[in-house]
Structure formats: C-alpha cells, structure tokens
Design a protein around this ligand. Structure first.
Ligand SMILES: Nc1ncnc2c1ncn2[C@@H]1O[C@H](COP(=O)(O)OP(=O)(O)OP(=O)(O)O)[C@@H](O)[C@H]1O
Length: 618
C-alpha cells in the first residue's frame, strides 16, 4: 500500500463510509448493540446468582466512596476549623474501617467479575467452536482459517467487554452519578444545579465521537482478521515459501495488511485522544464556575468551608463517571464491531442438515449406490459431476480413476455427505443419505484421505481416533495389521511419540500407515480410500498395499486413485472424465475395450519407476 492509499483509507474512515469486504477477511453485516445483548445475554444465565452479588458490590463501592468524601467535610468543619481534637480519633477509626471495607469490596468485585467473564468466554468459545464443526466442510474450506481464528479469540473477548465488563462499568457509573449528584444537591442545590449545566456538553461530545470510533474499530477488527489469515497461511506453508524464495514477498504481504490495521488504529487513536482533552476542558470550565460561585456563597455564609471543598471533591468524582460514560460508549461501539463478526459466524446454518426424523441406521451392510448423481460446488459455475451411477456391494472394490480434476474426490465427498447432490441420490443400503443421520452415515465409513491425515498428538491417540474406546491392545493389533507396529516401536517414545504438526516428524508412508491403522480399528463396513498411495514411491506403495488389502477384505471399498497399478484388482473400475463416467468394467474388460483406460494404463506401466526402499528409523 502506498502512503496515498493509507491516507485515503484514513480519510474514508473519518468520513464513516462503510468499507467493502477486505481482500482476506470477510466483512460482517452491522448489528445493533441491543441485538448483541439479546444474542449473548443467555450465556450469562447460569451465573445469574453471582451476577446479583456483583451488582450488590457495584452499588456498595460508590456508596463507600461517597461516605469517605463526606468524612472530609466533618473533618474540616468539626475538627480543623474549630481546632478541636474531640472527633479526630472517632473519625480516623471510621475512615480506616470504611477504607478497609472498600478494599475488600474491590477485591471480591474484581475477582468475581473476572470469574464470571472468563466463564462466559469459555462457554461462548466452546459453543462457537462446536458450531463451526457443525457447519459444512465446504463452508469451512471457503473461509480463511486465520480470519475465523481471530473471530474466535479477540472478537469474542470484545463481546465480553460489551456484554459484561461494559455493562458492569455502566451500572457502576450510574450509581456513582446518582450518589455524587445527590451529595451535591444535599450540600448546595444552587451550586449543584449550575454544575450540571456542563453535562449535556459531555454527552454531545461522546455522541459525536462514538460513531466515528465505531467505524474505525470495525475497520481495525477486519484488518486484524486479515493479518492472522496471512500469517497463518504463510507460516503453515513455510517449506513452500522457502523453496520458492518467497520470504520477502510474504513479509511484504503481511506488512501491507498490517499497514491497513495501522491506519485504522491511528484513526481510532486520534479520535480517542481528541476526545479526552476536549472533555477535560469542559470539566475545567465547570470547576472554575463552581469555585467562583462557591466563594461568593462562602462570603454569604450559605455554605461552610468543609462543604465547599467537599462539593468540589464530589464534583470531580462526578465528572469521572460522566466522562467514563462517554468513553464507555466508544468502547461499547468498538466492541460491537467484534460482536458483529462473531454473530455472522454463529448465524451460519449448515448447508448439509440432518432430517427431522432420520431413518435409524445401525451397522450398515455397506451397499453404496450413486443414482444418476449430478453435483455443482457452491459458487462454482459448472458441474463437477454429471449423471454418475454405480452400485458397490459388500466385499467389492470399486475404483474411481481419471485425470486430475475429473471428479474422483468429489464422489468420495458426496459419499461422506460433505455435500448433497444437486440432482440424483447417493444411497447407503438403499436409503438416500438425506434421510439418514450424518453421524450414522459417517460411523459406517472409514476413510484414508490423501491430505494430511494425522494430528499433532501421539501415535496412539492418532490411531485411537478411529475408535475412541479402543484398548491399547487393539491399537497395537491395528498397527500390526497396518504394517506400522515396527516403525512405531522404533520411534523415541514408541506409541507415545508425538508426530508433530501435520505429522511432520514422520515420512509420508509412515503417516499413511498410521491412517490405515486408524481405519482398521474403526472396523466400518465401508472403506473410502482417497489416493492412499499418493506421494509414495513404488516400494512404499507396495509396502502399504498389503495392509490395505487386509483392510479391504470383506468391506465395500471405494478407492480413488491416479495410480492405475494400484487398482488393477478392483471388481469394477470407473473412468471419470470431466465429471462423467466414460468407461466402466474390470481391468481386463477395460484393456480389451482398448479405450482411454487402456491407453492410460500403458502409459503408467511404462512410467513405473524402479522401487526404492523407504528409510525406516534405525
Ligand atoms: N471445494 C471446491 N469448490 C469448488 N470447486 C471444486 C472444489 N473442489 C473441487 N472442485 C472442482 O471440482 C472438480 C473435480 O474436483 P475433484 O477434486 O473431485 O477432482 P479429482 O478427480 O479428485 O482430482 P485430483 O486427482 O487432482 O485430486 C474440479 O474441476 C475442481 O476444480
């Protein structure tokens, strides 16, 4: 971004023009503060009892402040002016007592408020995370992970500052204003009436600034989402960045996004910093008027010296919450910008939903059917699958082969019901998947996917994912069957070795064998293998074929593969071309047919590299 761009952004923020969506972080529709409360207040219901206690403390604190200040009036008028020690000790003891009580109230108030606030955040974050996992895979794939993460962290915290800390502050300010203003009227109603004249000016200033600060804060939040997106994407692809020497480019990309955030923060800070001195000026104005009028009243003997000094004390205490109110509106509006981004996520409904009354499905037999299925990805301009039909029976292996982008993985995603077909139906044991519970469908399918297939935890836990209640013995048995036991025991901590982020501490073949063990332990009637040998050399491929065959036996297996050599034994092979099934049959039938499959197969056979053994750890 050039300096001109930065300034034009600053100008547009000052002008409160609404921004279009940022390049990386999506913008969220504006939401009224009232709506934010309506949405998030229910999360505080479980803590209602504690909130009552906090409320009592919120009243108690300003009450103790008022009493403390009043002591000074008594001290001046009854001890200092008459030079009489009589009341000194009683006053001193009372002052000490009230100060101790005030300290206790502050401690309990802060501790309790933080406890409730943190519980609120905990519940809300867990809920949002759960909700995100309910959303369709397609939705999550389309979003920037970094932006979603920033919504789950800083934007959630902003909601807390709005719904809880903000509200508590507002209540505390209200009580302070009522108590201090009451004391002012008690001391001298004439002076009190004059001093309140400046209050509307405070209000107007706050109103003027808050709208502009909200616009700047919204921009800032969106920019923060973009920074997280760039950082997340860039760091998680560190190897690619290095390999292509893009370190500088990536750093500049982050810098550009940061500049946007920098400009927005400057605008917000400038507005906030203008607001404070302006309000202080108004305050000084009020105090000077009161000192003048008060001196006159003192001469007239209509107020005591103690009364006047304490009046000024209350007045300065009164300005603080009034000013605080102004600033609070700014904070509240800034926080509501964060809330908008969270609400936008929470309002998302899954594209794939369970039926109202799902057909119960225990352990399926495993008959998989595609009945004239067509499918188009959301926001895509053409179909990824057209008129795809096939049936796979238990014990059979159906292979999907074809060029890159021909729709093989899409077929697998429809079987897992990550998406619903645009027309036609995907069936399991004759039931349309849309009539079944998604969890029931997926429980009956074990997958070995081509993408990163292990999590950053121990080998044992990675395998246990397939069957959460699996015993250690079952895990070892599955690992043996997947030809993984040997290399696992050679790892530094055996089954308790952490595999690193995305399983980076393991080789591709080892990762794949762990995911085969996971699929083994799941023991589902249907097996979906998406490119199980991708990225492996010929020797490693040979090595995992044996455990794969063991895994496949007796199950319905759908195998997606580029590598035609791994699918020769399949009972039926479908060749996909631009989303259509163009050839179908056994390996021999397709070779006899001498079409595209036969041609591809011949190419593969000639390309086959010499086996090179994969290195196992010593
Ligand atoms: N999430 C998505 N959103 C939009 N279009 C997609 C998405 N995923 C895949 N596509 C498109 O759908 C078509 C089929 O993709 P698919 O991933 O099924 O191909 P494939 O045969 O598995 O390819 P490969 O062998 O390279 O994995 C392609 O044109 C692809 O661009």
């Amino acid at each position: 971004m050039t300096i001109t761009d930065a300034f034009s952004r600053i100008r547009s923020v000052f002008g409160v023009t609404s921004h279009g969506p940022g390049e990386l972080a999506e913008s969220a529709p504006a939401v009224a503060v009232r709506e934010v409360f309506r949405r998030f207040w229910p999360y505080l219901r479980p803590y209602r009892r504690w909130l009552w206690v906090v409320l009592v403390l919120i009243v108690l604190a300003p009450l103790l402040d008022t009493i403390t200040i009043w002591f000074f009036k008594v001290l001046i008028d009854r001890v200092l002016v008459p030079r009489d020690f009589g009341l000194f000790f009683t006053l001193g003891a009372a002052y000490l007592g009230v100060t101790l009580l005030s300290g206790l109230v502050q401690f309990v108030d802060q501790y309790l408020s933080t406890w409730v606030a943190e519980r609120f955040l905990l519940d809300l974050r867990t809920d949002l995370f759960g909700h995100l996992h309910q959303l369709s895979v397609g939705f999550l794939e389309r979003r920037k992970t970094g932006d979603t993460l920033s919504r789950m962290t800083s934007d959630l915290a902003a909601i807390e500052s709005l719904v809880l800390s903000g509200l508590a502050q507002a209540l505390s300010y209200c009580f302070k204003i009522v108590l201090f203003a009451g004391a002012l009227f008690l001391l001298s109603w004439q002076l009190a009436a004059v001093s309140l004249v400046t209050v509307p000016a405070f209000w107007l200033a706050a109103k003027y600034f808050s709208r502009r600060i909200k616009a700047a804060s919204r921009e800032k939040r969106q920019r923060t989402g973009s920074i997280t997106s760039v950082a997340e994407e860039s760091l998680s692809n560190a190897a690619l960045v290095k390999a292509y020497g893009q370190e500088r480019g990536e750093t500049e990309r982050l810098h550009r996004e940061n500049l946007g955030s920098f400009a927005a923060e400057l605008v917000a800070t400038r507005l906030r910093s203008l607001f404070t001195p302006l309000v202080e000026l108004l305050e000084l104005f009020g105090v000077l008027i009161i000192v003048g009028l008060g001196t006159w009243q003192l001469v007239q003997n209509s107020i005591s010296l103690g009364g006047l000094i304490v009046f000024l004390g209350y007045l300065s205490q009164l300005y603080a919450p009034v000013r605080g109110f102004g600033q609070l509106t700014n904070t509240l509006f800034a926080a509501s910008a964060g809330a908008e981004r969270v609400i936008e996520l929470m309002d998302r409904r899954p594209e794939v939903r369970d039926p109202e009354q799902p057909t119960p499905l225990g352990r399926a037999r495993g008959v998989v059917g595609f009945d004239d299925v067509a499918f188009r990805y959301p926001h895509a301009d053409r179909d990824a699958l057209h008129h795809v039909s096939f049936t796979a029976h238990p014990g059979q292996t159906l292979a999907l082969v074809g060029a890159s982008g021909s729709g093989k993985s899409t077929t697998g995603k429809l079987l897992l019901r990550f998406y619903d077909p645009t027309s036609g139906a995907v069936t399991l044991d004759g039931h349309d998947l849309r009539t079944l519970d998604q969890a029931d469908v997926r429980r009956n399918i074990a997958v070995v996917l081509q993408d990163i297939t292990v999590l950053d935890t121990t080998v044992r836990e990675n395998i246990r994912w397939g069957k959460p209640d699996a015993t250690d013995a079952e895990i070892v048995e599955a690992a043996r069957a997947a030809d993984a036991h040997e290399f696992i025991t050679a790892l530094p901590d055996g089954y308790d070795t952490r595999v690193g982020s995305h399983g980076r501490l393991l080789s591709g073949g080892q990762r794949q064998r762990i995911s085969i063990a996971r699929a083994m332990i799941r023991d589902a009637p249907i097996l979906l293998l998406d490119e199980p040998t991708v990225g492996l050399d010929a020797a490693s491929t040979e090595r995992i074929l044996e455990p794969l065959r063991r895994l496949m036996s007796g199950r319905t297996t759908i195998v997606v593969s580029h590598n035609l050599l791994t699918v020769r034994d399949a009972d039926r092979i479908l060749l996909l071309d631009h989303g259509r099934v163009t050839e179908a049959g056994t390996h021999e039938e397709l070779l006899r047919h001498d079409g595209a499959y036969a041609h591809l197969y011949r190419l593969h056979r000639h390309d086959r590299p010499e086996p090179v053994a994969e290195q196992e750890p010593a």
